[in-house]
Design a protein around this ligand. Sequence first.
Ligand code: AKG
Length: 411
Amino acid sequence: MVYISNAPAASKLVAMVESARGGSLAVKGGEADDGADGTIVVLDLWRQPKIPAPFVWPRADALPSSPRELDVPVVDLAAALRDAAGMRPAAAQVAAACASHGFFQVTGHGVAPALARAALDGAAGFFRLPLATKQRARRAPGMVTGYTTAHSDRFVANLPWKETLSFAYRHAAAAAGDNVVVDYFASTLGDDFKPLGEVYQAYCEAMEEVSLAIMAVLGESLGLGSGYYRDFFADSSSIMRCNYYPPCPEPERTLGTGPHCDPSALTVLLQDGDVHGLQVLVGGAWRPVSPEPGAFVVNIGDTFMALTNGRYKSCLHRAVVRREQERRSLAFFLCPREDRVVRPPAGAGATAGERRLYPDFTWADFMRFTQRHYRADTRTLDAFAHWLRPPACSGAAPAASPPTATQAATV
Ligand SMILES: O=C(O)CCC(=O)C(=O)O
């Protein structure tokens, strides 16, 4: 199903679906109960025999994947945090992975399997709900949180074959005893959704702990000590996203999540069961990542790349869809507190005399930039640096080409 909250885009997509179905249009006008101005159109999209044109991606993005799995190291977090003997190999694994593609996996994370299962099952249940119920949490244009299909409020091309539900998690609120995630579910979807909110409140708290443990290893790997980044992110302001990828009649022509780099600092991803879809662009090939059972897949985002002055890489990745199987994933995006200044410490790639690649910035500014102006890709940080035009940053990289209407932001 897809919702279009913009009338011209809606009629265009309706026409596309009509043509894809040989003229027999399945538009269920009025099924979305909150389109008071009549601009919401609901299409029985996921069940079309062919995908509508706006979901067809350029061949350059939808290139077939490589049969070669990406070699993603498995880091034992429990061993790393136990003593120096455990930290040494973990830091070395992380350093090697982050200098090359920024992806690794973590085990020994202490997250109860029952909690992970409940979070995955909760997502499965949510996406099976009637459209009108999901639409109660509909994401407002320009916002990061809410329920969405296909980013259709902003873009009418290169639409991803998926539905998402995103919400915010703030350490400061949790520390003050405010259950922001529970409140979000209750206030947007209704009191019946409190139990689901409780699952995700607990899951976000667990993800924050895992992220801070990873930050300890990242700090060690850069010779900064285990406390440096852990303290920097201790009052983080993060985002959680549930992804649902329906089966797709033409999976080779579309993408579930288009190629992007995460603007956040760190992403901790849980893929559901055996249905994998995550792929990373390494050496010009889209390499699949199949997680170890019980492991989370972790990747460095642009904000952490900036915190290391480019030493650790934020890498392009995407999610493919399947003809027969649906897929779910849960992504926790660790982000700094909105007003924290992102600046690499001396020693993490910004030693005296080394050219600063990016100016100082705050997460709030960077998030605004990626949401309003530019998609999240390999040039985002450079474009952002140019946009900020800081007088103090003589080394800011040259401007990237301006964004176009079809470029879609993530996170
Ligand atoms: O579903 C996946 O495997 C990847 C999701 C992702 O990259 C995202 O949500 O930003």
